[in-house]
Design a protein around this ligand. Structure first.
Ligand SMILES: *Cc1c(COP(=O)(O)O)cnc(C)c1O
Length: 435
């Protein structure tokens, strides 16, 4: 059983998160649930803070909010004095719906609309990550119209990729994000930005992928970026003040997955950067990191209620839960692997092999293939740990399923972060037939 954060089994053999038993949670809030462990989120943030403390230059931790965003999460980001990145007007509005102020926001995206950019400028976001020429001209015009000077970071295609799944790899040469270093477009764009009165070139950005477990890919990235920075200084006399290395720090989603020591990994990244800058006599840029999954992934646990259990002869036993690909599409979308256990009576003898499926009308609605559970019965609570990232944010109402309630637990207290969806939510935007 993957036990992260404050998750533990109490004397009655019931799983507790933040000191609250999952039975209590289901009795009070229903099923299914996505439960976040507040202490674990804070610990994850603090690991990044501790890690960059060893860096002699400035450093900023920017939470990649696409992993999971709601008002309460934005409030946590504000309270902990870190930054947040958003990729759309929708994420920006949600980030700003609570205590977080616009100067904490980095605006990303490969096709930001004019309206989104104008809002970003008038709200006063910290920085816009510029993806391409078209967008650079658009931002320049809007900044002029709004009488603003906009801080910009340019997204680069570094031409390398971390060894992860194809769908979550973004640094390769044919990426849809950013401008290419190799083709010379990156330099062209930066030179153009530097010549604009309403734009303020601050630095460069690259993100190579997700679920990265060691420093190798980051070292390669730093090397590529430093070479580019030296060229930019030598040829164009332009200095990079902020170096944003993206996110992608790995998070275990099963007991067998490697643990990533964030403090060590980020420490190695910082050291590599310091050494490279020393060697090249380059003034240390601010180091920016954008962890998403590694802030919230380990803090979330999905709780379902077991429904039908069906043996197909000798072939297979299906165990169905009251959720599925609508609330966690990652297994179906890109083969993410989790583990599960019966959480209302945690036993060591897990010897019933089942395939855990959801209630959607798709054969691909499988949460976990061939999982061993301890004698599961209808009505049991099934827990899937490490589901805090890219589950709710990728969720849908497929088959009319309602999104679960999202809870935050801390020291025996529980609060609702997002209310359970209601049936009315499914049709509140529907219009009556008028033709
Ligand atoms: C998705 C993304 C991140 C976060 O990735 P994680 O794997 O969740 O850490 C950071 N930066 C950019 C630009 C991204 O697209």
């Amino acid at each position: 059983m993957l036990m992260q954060g404050t998750t533990e089994v109490n004397e009655q053999g019931v799983l507790e998160i933040g000191g609250v038993s999952v039975k209590e949670l289901r009795d009070s809030f229903g099923s299914p649930l996505l439960v976040y462990d507040y202490q674990e989120i804070i610990n994850n943030i603090n690991k990044f803070k501790e890690a960059v403390a060893s860096y002699p230059g400035e450093a900023e931790i920017i939470y990649a909010s696409k992993a999971f965003l709601c008002r309460g999460i934005a409030d946590i980001i504000a309270k902990n004095d870190i930054y947040i990145d958003v990729v759309s007007g929708g994420e920006m509005a949600r980030a700003l719906s609570g205590e977080l102020t616009a100067d904490r926001i980095y605006m990303h995206g490969n096709n930001k609309s004019e309206a989104e950019l104008r809002t970003a400028i008038t709200e006063g976001v910290n920085t816009i990550i510029v993806d391409n020429f078209y967008e650079a001209e658009l931002i320049n015009r809007l900044a002029r119209e709004e009488n603003s000077v906009v801080d910009c970071i340019v997204r680069l295609i570094p031409g390398i990729s971390a060894h992860t799944h194809e769908f979550i790899r973004t640094g390769q040469a044919d990426s849809k994000f950013g401008v290419s270093i190799k083709t010379g477009q990156a330099r062209e764009l930066i030179k153009w930005l530097v010549g604009r009165d309403n734009l303020n070139f601050k630095g460069i950005h690259a993100h190579i992928g997700s679920q990265i477990y060691d420093v190798t890919a980051f070292k390669e990235l730093i090397w590529v970026l430093i070479k580019f920075m030296i060229e930019l200084r030598r040829e164009d006399n332009i200095l990079v003040e902020k170096l944003n290395l993206g996110g992608g720090f790995g998070v275990p989603e099963k007991s067998e997955d490697p643990e990533v020591d964030v403090v060590k990994l980020v420490g190695e990244i910082a050291q590599e950067l310091v050494e490279s800058c020393d060697r090249e006599d380059y003034p240390l840029p601010a180091l920016l990191l954008e962890p998403g999954r590694s802030i919230v992934g380990s803090a979330g646990t999905s709780l379902y209620t077991v429904g039908s259990i069906k043996e197909i002869g000798e072939l297979k036993t299906y165990l169905a839960v009251d959720g599925g690909m609508a609330d966690n599409i990652r297994p179906a979308l890109y083969g993410a692997e989790y583990e599960a256990f019966i959480a209302n009576r945690c036993l060591d003898e897990e010897d019933t092999e089942v395939t855990i499926v959801g209630k959607c009308c798709e054969s691909g609605d499988v949460l976990i293939e061939d999982e061993l559970l301890a004698d599961p019965e209808p009505g049991d609570i099934l827990a899937i740990p490490a589901t805090g990232a890219y589950t709710y944010s990728l969720s849908s109402n497929y088959n009319g399923l309602l999104r679960p309630a999202v809870l935050l637990v801390y020291q025996e207290n529980v609060q609702v972060l997002i209310e359970r969806e209601q049936e009315e939510d499914l049709y509140k935007n529907d219009c009556k037939l008028e033709i």
